[in-house]
Design a protein around this ligand. Structure first.
Ligand SMILES: [Zn+2]
Length: 448
């Protein structure tokens, strides 16, 4: 009891310590936020050199003196880091100062077909509450409700957000400021709509693909749903036709947050809504071409991040896989944080079933999440009722062993009439350029 109390006192202390000045950061003169960023770069590089095996070895073998890395630009001296390198030995990216007692393991969604566990240290998670002030300012303005709005979160079971909120409840006295309702996107849409009608939220937050399909389903089936003032999407890019559809047809304002399990605060759309302001002092972003060279402003490049906040799993120069471009202009909102243009990220297909109901890629990932023997998967929808599931498992015996359970779970998701062909693969790679897509629908009508 006393221990819990002390833990929460400590939690509040960490949040309060970071809170001061947070709302001002997005408006600071450029040299001020650059100074904040570079101080965090120096601290993180020193920490990595001292306690993270991968970086300790890297600095030694490459002959890099960590003290010479003094700014975000100096991070270019470190090689780019891709997911495959981390998959080989994830423990080597975890600081020796952290373990399960003071870091929270979070799993990336399977958009790359193979999840990655990223540990976040408790203090950085707490600091994120304070950093969130920058985003809450925009949300409060857009929904016109001050700080007390009613919020529905559409999540899948075991989602990162749910885990982090649970941690916050255990580690702080901070009340959940907006009234929140959690809904599972694995539930039938009628159930979701009914719950929204009962709760009457001002804000709905969720994955863009799911939200787009939710509003398209409302229109297609003439379903009545309480309309929020604001829809906040994240997790993946929303198509422009999808945004326009929700805006025009339902008169709902949309905004977006750019975050990832690998770095919580990457960017946020402002009231003006042209792209994302980067949390440049918390996560350094650069955009590179296929040769790893930084692209010019306005040109598309792959997003490479350096998380300057999380000290557990340390990721510097990490290829996140999204594609974006830098916008070199001042934003009319008055914020000085740099702008990232349109994001083309993590595009995954939604499965639409013959009865018009849909299955989000994260629900499919949910089948494999607790099965570490499945190394990679790919679901292809050839026709509304015909599917091909490709699986890479540790060995063929494991595949035979897991097959009945997996098929059963897929029948629950896709319906009993679905024809599912399952095949064992030794490896699965991206087809053509771009990212590997774990869910592909050949009868995709998302933009129709
Ligand atoms: Zn702006």
């Amino acid at each position: 009891m006393l221990k819990d109390f002390a833990r929460k006192i400590y939690g509040n202390f960490i949040v309060m310590r970071h809170l001061s000045g947070q709302k001002r950061v997005p408006y600071l003169p450029q040299e001020k936020w650059q100074a904040l960023r570079d101080a965090r770069v120096r601290a993180m590089v020193r920490h990595a050199a001292a306690t993270v095996p991968h970086y300790r070895d890297l600095f030694r073998t490459e002959g890099i003196d960590p003290h010479e890395i003094r700014s975000a630009t100096d991070l270019d001296r470190l090689p780019l880091l891709d997911k495959a390198t981390i998959w080989q030995a994830p423990q080597r990216f975890l600081s020796e100062s952290y373990n399960v007692k003071n870091a929270l393991p979070l799993v990336t969604s399977g958009s790359a077909g193979k999840p990655l566990t990223v540990y976040h240290d408790h203090d950085s998670l707490l600091a994120n509450i304070a950093f969130g002030e920058r985003e809450r300012e925009v949300l409060a303005q857009l929904c016109g409700r001050g700080v007390r709005w009613r919020e529905v979160l559409l999540l899948y079971t075991g989602s990162t957000f749910g885990k982090v909120l649970k941690f916050y409840q255990q580690a702080t006295f901070i009340p959940l400021r907006p009234d929140r309702l959690f809904l599972s996107l694995a539930d039938p849409i009628e159930q979701v709509v009914e719950a929204i009608n009962r709760f009457r939220p001002d804000v709905i937050i969720g994955y863009s693909g799911y939200l787009e399909m939710l509003f398209r389903t409302l229109a297609a089936r003439s379903m009545q749903m309480h309309l929020p003032r604001l829809v906040v999407y994240g997790g993946e890019a929303m198509t422009e036709p999808g945004r326009e559809f929700i805006r025009e047809r339902f008169g709902v304002t949309l905004t977006s947050l750019y975050n990832a399990v690998e770095s919580f605060k990457i960017g946020f759309a402002c009231e003006v809504g042209n792209g994302y302001h980067l949390h440049a002092d918390l996560c350094h972003v650069k955009l590179v071409d296929s040769n790893g060279k930084t692209v010019a402003d306005g040109e598309k490049g792959e997003v490479v991040i350096s998380n300057l906040v999380n000290r557990a799993t340390v990721l510097l120069n990490y290829r996140l896989g999204d594609v974006a471009s830098r916008v070199n202009r001042k934003c009319a909102c008055g914020r000085t944080l740099p702008l990232l243009g349109e994001l083309e990220g993590r595009l995954e297909d939604i499965i639409v079933l013959p009865d018009g109901s849909f299955v989000h890629p994260l629900a499919i990932w949910g089948v494999f999440k607790g099965k570490p023997e499945v190394l990679r998967y790919q679901l292809i929808q050839h026709a509304t009722d015909r599917f091909e599931l490709r699986l890479v498992t540790t060995d063929p015996q494991t595949y035979q062993c897991l097959l009945p359970t997996i098929l059963e779970e897929f029948r629950l998701l896709l319906g009993n009439s679905a024809n599912i062909e399952v095949n064992y693969y030794q490896d699965l790679k991206a087809q053509g350029p771009g990212k590997f897509r774990a869910v592909i629908s050949a009868c995709h009508k998302n933009t129709a």
